[in-house]
Write a protein that binds this ligand. Structure first.
Ligand SMILES: [Zn+2]
Length: 70
């Protein structure tokens, strides 16, 4: 199961209340405005400012990531 669109519409950044977008891997929610990603653990988005990961650090978590073929 992945997060559905309805849930995504309800969720907002706890910092700026802005819109979030799902990462391509669907393992996090990104707030472009704040430049952070909120991790999704066990299909539950961790919507806590304290748990937010800076996007730079988020990208560095997967240095070996290959482009996904579609
Ligand atoms: Zn934000």
């Amino acid at each position: 199961m992945t997060l559905n669109k309805d849930l995504l519409d309800i969720l907002a950044c706890p910092k700026c209340k802005g819109d979030l977008r799902l990462t391509p891997e669907e393992d996090g929610l990104i707030c472009e405005k704040c430049g952070v990603a909120y991790p999704i653990r066990d299909e539950i988005p961790i919507m806590l400012v304290e748990e937010a990961i800076p996007l730079t650090a988020w990208e560095e978590r997967r240095p070996a990531r290959e482009p996904r073929e579609s």
